[in-house]
Write a protein that binds this ligand. Structure first.
Ligand SMILES: NC(=O)c1ccc[n+]([C@@H]2O[C@H](COP(=O)([O-])OP(=O)(O)OC[C@H]3O[C@@H](n4cnc5c(N)ncnc54)[C@H](OP(=O)(O)O)[C@@H]3O)[C@@H](O)[C@H]2O)c1
Length: 130
């Protein structure tokens, strides 16, 4: 039995690179995974390669309409979710953040977002464990 048997996960940008590697690791450990991407060709290839516990859904992280639709699709296909990996993100700044901006965003996720939503949101680096 894998580490994530019975768990349900969403990975944005899961058709290539780090996202696809994350999806494969989660599947190998027993999870059911809904992954997103924009390109239909890559989604189709992922669906074929990854098998029945993977759900490939076309969704653009930069589109609020797509994000709303994705929430409904996740609800329909997975119901309750145990893990969300925001691998494909979007910044209106159109650039990678400076170190202090990234640190502030991580602190927000580690503390304020958890306070605001009531859900514990662990962040890379274990900030939520501080
Ligand atoms: N590689 C690195 O060294 C590195 C280092 C630090 C941080 N990162 C960050 O880690 C993340 C993944 O990097 P990567 O190198 O694995 O990227 P990648 O190989 O280019 O893969 C990106 C994945 O995200 C999808 N994607 C891109 N834009 C999207 C959007 N707007 N909506 C939904 N899906 C989208 C792509 O599919 P489609 O194009 O078909 O949508 C693809 O599946 C990125 O946020 C990157 O900034 C990477």
């Amino acid at each position: 039995m894998g580490r994530y048997s019975g768990k349900k996960a969403v990975v944005t940008g899961g058709t290539a690179g780090i996202g696809l590697a994350t999806v494969k690791m989660l599947l190998a450990e027993g999870a059911e995974v809904l992954l997103t991407g924009r390109g239909e060709k890559a989604l189709e290839a992922a669906r074929k390669e990854l098998g029945p516990r993977a759900h490939g859904v076309r969704s653009d992280t930069a589109s609020l309409r797509d994000i709303d639709a994705l929430a409904a699709t996740v609800q329909e296909k997975l119901g309750q979710v145990d893990l969300v990996v925001i691998n494909a993100g979007y910044t209106p700044m159109k650039r990678i953040g400076e170190a202090d901006e990234v640190a502030r965003a991580a602190l927000f996720l580690g503390f304020e977002a958890t306070f605001t939503t009531g859900a514990e949101l662990p962040v890379d680096g274990g900030i939520s464990q501080l």
